[in-house]
Design a binder for this molecule. Structure first.
Ligand code: PRX
Length: 633
């Protein structure tokens, strides 16, 4: 049992029910945590030994060139070998790997055997199109099985994927294609969302017109809507998969543990999105272990992570970790409240979902429709719930716990990032919970809250969230920009990883993440950079200068507010404000659409010309402006 004496804990404590903890993989935290910190390499080697390797590693961790750490050096593997191939040798061959439901209600299922067949066929198609190790293939798709298949097919042959979230739009897609220098793009005619189709192919065409690197486009027919197909460049997926080259036998490439697996772009403090690079070996061991321990994956689970495969949550905990654990996962294409606010609960009941992992924004969004929608459904199959993406407010936590979990299911509030690859701070099913806290660091993770000098702050005080030692799932670099990797994450405190979040630790050692301390805005849990929104705005001919900030929002957590200086000859008007909001949505995607545009004659700037977003924020919230000695308006 858990050695934490819950009677000693302070605050509002929720103890997991004995029925949940009885058979959990992990029965005890404190001792195992201490051991994992005393000997992290031993701990991770044991975890890696649960998986299969073509050749075992010579060295668990190479830390000779920090912060360019390498894991399982000399080992040979392929994440797809462990995610699919190894299960084919067992009874899991005929187990369901994926159950998928489209928004219109169509259902498709894939056993491990069937998933392997599709992946092999598509790997052969990609190979025949000249895709090889070292290439980066861009994937821009709705939430359909082929998205998962495409990612796995790339990994199987040692190509990297760069998945661009299907909710992003023209410029966001174009700049990611360009940075990755992708020659092949995999997309779809469209996808279903709230009863309408999204014009993915059309957006892709516009993006390709801005970036000349794409030579071939593979298009999945999902909605059947009319799309333009360019001869010699665009190919239908179903046509390619019917050719003899789409052979259902394909060897999984044997790769170095440090071979790149994927690039995933995410917003940072300044400038363009950064291509976060993850590799096969360490990421495989890390995502496999964290999902197994935190969501306590068992063979009879039906696990549903309701994120999009286009974000890190989907990469790690839809595509890779569930398959590595031989689990059955569920994937749903559409919106949570379509056609009615009980859509999710209907599917939990219909498929007997045992684990549901989602984001606070989705919980708040469903909560606002009232309890009745959930209460009409039998949700007794649920065993564990999860939350990710932003701090969960206690009100939403309690609703999730009582109305969805029926006071039986503990909530795993998992703190982590695109950069960390997997969960870092999270409860386990045995952990006494405090609503709003991600609780304590997982095994092998030394997390702390420090002041400007890098010293731990006293309990209850706010500080920087840092990770003191490398871990296998960590990013290896920023694509083509190792310097930025070094300065952004590892330079402030010497050799500690700077997460970019502020947090505090309470007397019990529980960590409470407060939010970003940089220019990243979390809108509905999606990570956006102020700089990206600003550059989308100034790409409009009427805009001379723009500033974007995030302000608190009941549903979205934060929403984007923008301040715009117009070019001479343009008049401020409601109509222009609306046009600018739509322009941002067209360039970046609907999630980036500003809540409000305020026209300004000047912006608060430092003498060196940097926009002081902190001052704009303070003014909007009616708060003190803080140190404004460098302000020159
Ligand atoms: O601010 C933290 C917040 O999300 C950021 C990472 O965003 P992204 O790379 O898009 O990854 C999101 C999914 C892993 C973090 O820096 N965040 C994520 N999870 C939590 C969280 N904040 C509080 N509590 C969480 N559980």
């Amino acid at each position: 049992m858990n050695t934490t004496d819950s009677s000693q804990l302070e605050g509002d404590i929720y103890l997991p029910a004995p029925a949940i903890t009885a058979n959990a993989h992990i029965q005890e935290y404190d001792n195992l945590y201490q051991r994992s910190i005393a000997d992290p390499q031993g701990f991770w080697a044991d975890r890696a030994n649960e998986l299969e390797w073509f050749k075992k590693w010579d060295q668990v961790l190479d830390d000779s060139n920090p912060p360019f750490y390498q894991w399982f050096v000399g080992g040979r593997t392929n994440i797809v070998y462990n995610a699919i191939d190894r299960h084919l040798k067992t009874w899991r061959k005929n187990k369901l790997a994926l159950i998928w439901e489209g928004e219109p209600g169509d259902v498709r299922t894939f056993s491990y055997f069937a998933l392997n067949r599709e992946v092999c066929k598509f790997s052969n198609v990609l190979r025949s199109m000249g895709v090889k190790q070292g290439d980066i293939v861009t994937i821009y798709m709705p939430r359909i099985p082929e998205q998962v298949i495409a990612m796995l097919a790339c990994a199987k042959i040692g190509a990297s994927h760069s998945v661009v979230y299907g909710g992003f739009s023209v410029e966001a897609l174009a700049e990611r294609i360009q940075d990755a220098q992708s020659r092949v793009l995999i997309t779809a005619d469209g996808g279903w969302l709230r009863g309408k189709t999204v014009a993915l192919k059309q957006i892709a065409d516009e993006a390709i017109a801005r970036q000349a690197t794409i030579e071939s486009v593979i298009v999945i027919k999902r909605t059947g809507q009319e799309v333009r197909m360019e001869a010699g460049r665009d190919y239908w997926y179903h046509d390619l998969m019917a050719l003899p080259i789409a052979n259902p036998f394909c060897c999984t490439d044997e790769l170095d543990a440090e071979h790149p697996l994927f690039v995933l772009y995410t917003s940072g403090t300044t400038g363009r999105p950064k291509g976060i690079l993850h590799t096969h070996g360490g990421y495989m061991v890390y995502t496999y272990t964290t999902l197994k321990y935190v969501f306590d994956i068992k063979d009879d689970d039906r696990y549903w992570c309701a994120a999009d495969p286009g974000w890190i949550t989907g990469h790690s905990y839809i595509v890779y970790a569930p398959l590595l654990n031989g689990a059955t996962m569920f994937l749903y294409e559409g919106a949570p409240s379509y056609p009615y606010p009980n859509r999710w609960w209907q599917m939990v009941e219909k498929y007997g979902i045992t684990i549901l992992y989602t984001a606070p924004t989705a919980i708040r969004g469903l909560m606002r429709f009232g309890d009745a929608w959930a209460k009409r459904h039998d949700l007794s199959s649920l065993r564990l719930l999860g939350s990710v993406g932003e701090p969960i407010n206690p009100e939403a936590w309690r609703w999730y716990y009582s109305v969805i979990g029926r006071e039986r299911c503990p909530i795993m509030d998992t703190w982590w990032q695109t950069e960390t690859g997997g969960f870092m701070i999270s409860p386990l099913p045995i952990t006494p919970l405090k609503p709003g806290s991600a609780t304590r660091p997982l095994f092998g993770i030394e997390a702390d809250v420090v002041n400007d000098q890098g010293q731990p702050v006293p309990a209850g005080e706010e500080g920087y969230l840092v990770i003191k030692k490398p871990w296998p799932g960590m990013l290896r670099t920023i694509l083509k920009d190792p310097e930025r990797y070094k300065t952004q994450y590892w330079s402030k405190f010497g050799n500690m990883y700077l997460a970019g979040d502020s947090a505090r630790k309470d007397k019990d050692g529980y960590i409470w993440v407060i939010g970003r301390i940089d220019d990243v805005i979390k809108v509905s849990g999606y990570r956006l950079g102020t700089a990206e929104v600003e550059s989308a705005l100034v790409s409009h001919p009427a805009v001379a200068e723009a500033a974007a900030i995030g302000l608190p929002h009941d549903l979205k957590g934060h929403a984007i507010y923008t301040y715009v200086i117009l070019r001479a000859g343009h008049e401020k008007s409601e109509k222009l404000a609306e046009e600018l909001r739509n322009h941002v949505a067209h360039e970046m995607g609907p999630i980036a659409k500003p809540e409000q545009i305020t026209f300004m004659d000047s912006l608060p700037k430092t003498r060196s010309g940097k926009i002081m977003r902190r001052v704009l924020k303070a003014r909007a919230l009616g708060m003190p402006e803080g140190d404004i000695s460098t302000l020159e308006e």
